[in-house]
Write a protein that binds this ligand. Structure first.
Ligand code: S3P
Length: 430
């Protein structure tokens, strides 16, 4: 049963603090590396969103002991060489990160498994991962899509040039390389999020990095570690944009991840004219984090493309909304990857914002938006995609009437307390 929700505001002034939940990408990797490693791993700040819970369930099926109390997770693993074969299929739900990274891990494990996903994930391309893994000798059966059967086997290292800028593909190959014979090297076309590389090092692996190249020697054994997950900048981005768009607003985001491969949203907010100040920066030896203040100011259109795209790929739906409130033309290009996300985000964003009266046009690899436009209330679909659902809800802040969102429950995939924050921030009086 798919629900709906109506959200209405009268252009509130947003003030106060916002502490978003833990980073999704880092939470997945903490569970994965804690399960690959032998011994105890402790994770704090874990994101209990649906995607990351899928990753936990999968490792439990492989015989890893995992206990979770809210944002705190304890993992006791026998190490990946001692996993037990799962009795049932492994279900990745809606989570592309779970599916793609697990393919790399399972291919070099000692178990045979079948990996499945929901309707959306079963339509997303897996060949980009299974292709290079098969070159390493992986035994993966199925088409380019889930479900896939993976028989863990001995792999051989490869040198691989990524045809797309994808941290999921890079990470899958690095995980497979960790257990392969020889030195695996991955070369990127554009730098993508590097959480896997940083965390591998934290668990004791020797990872060699230079510019756009990462290498890992096979046969390294990892030891359990402690992981502190910072707030997810991709979740904070929704309220950062809201603060930037609503005159008189100023919001402090506490303990947000500031890994430079993820901070494209800050660059864009600044370039469009919002005031952004970063303070208390910390954690530069692992995952950098800090506090970010965003204050509204007059906004102007800009061009977004090239190497910046992987640093804000998940933020493009909310940047499109921001652009409708900026003066002039915004061009988003080089972002064709959006077409193979949880939904085709170029089509979804364009269609939904058009319903609100936005001047927006889809291109093959992005969008062109002219602003500013006074958006009107409308009935919008989330397409079952958490980031489209959140964009629709934030659009209600600047709309002239109520926004009705079909299937808003998918937001729990990455931001279970999103609506709580939406109302909390807008309830603060000037
Ligand atoms: C992710 C990588 C990105 C991103 C996704 C999370 C990750 O996907 O869109 O939300 O955790 O590695 P791609 O690797 O497909 O670009």
């Amino acid at each position: 049963m798919v629900g709906s929700r109506t959200v209405e505001f009268r252009k509130p002034v947003l003030k106060g603090e916002c502490k978003v939940l833990g980073d999704k990408s880092i939470s997945h990797r903490a569970i994965m590396l804690g399960s690959i490693a032998k011994g105890r791993t402790e994770v704090t700040g874990f994101l209990s969103g649906e995607d990351c819970l899928r990753t936990i369930e999968i490792f439990k099926q492989l015989g890893v002991y995992i206990k979770r109390e809210g944002e705190h997770v304890w993992i006791d693993s026998p190490g990946m060489k001692n996993w037990t074969a799962p009795a049932d299929t492994l279900y990745a739900g809606n989570s592309g990160t779970t599916a793609r990274l697990m393919l790399g891990i399972l291919a070099s494990s000692n178990v045979k498994s079948v990996l499945t996903g929901d309707a959306s994930l079963s339509k997303r391309p897996m060949k980009r991962v299974t292709g290079p893994l098969q070159k390493m000798g992986a035994l993966i059966h199925g088409d380019d899509f889930l479900p896939l059967t993976i028989t863990g086997s001995k792999l051989t290292a490869i040198d691989y040039e990524l045809p797309v800028a994808s941290a999921q593909v890079k990470s899958a190959i690095l995980f497979a390389g960790l257990n392969a014979e020889g030195m695996t090297t991955v070369k990127e076309i554009d730098v993508t999020r590097d959480h896997t590389e940083r965390m591998l090092a934290q668990f004791g692996a020797n990872v060699l990095r230079s510019d756009k190249t990462v290498s890992i020697e096979g046969g390294q054994t990892l030891q359990g570690s402690k992981v502190v997950v910072p707030g997810d900048i991709s979740s904070a981005a929704f309220f950062m944009v809201a603060a930037a768009m609503l005159e008189g607003s100023s919001v402090d985001f506490i303990n947000v991840g500031l890994n430079p491969t993820r901070t494209g949203i800050i660059d864009v907010l600044k370039a469009m004219g919002a005031k952004v100040v970063v303070t208390d920066r910390n954690g530069d030896d692992g995952e950098p984090f800090g506090n970010v203040n965003v204050t509204a100011d007059s906004l102007r259109g800009i061009e977004i493309g090239g190497e910046l795209i992987p640093k804000l790929i998940d933020e493009i739906p909310i940047i499109a909304l921001l652009s409708t409130q900026a003066k002039g033309k915004t061009v988003i290009k080089d972002a064709a990857e959006l077409r193979v996300k949880e939904t085709d985000r170029i089509t979804a964003v364009t269609e939904e914002l058009k319903k609100m009266g936005a001047d927006i046009e889809a291109t093959e690899d992005g969008m062109i938006i002219h602003g500013p436009t006074v958006l009107k209330g409308a009935s919008l679909s989330s397409y079952g995609d958490h980031r489209i659902g959140m964009m629709a809800a934030i659009a209600a802040y600047v709309a002239d009437g109520p926004v009705h969102i079909e299937d808003p429950d998918c937001i729990a995939i990455s931001y279970p307390n999103f609506f709580e924050h939406l109302y909390q921030l807008s309830a603060v009086e000037e």
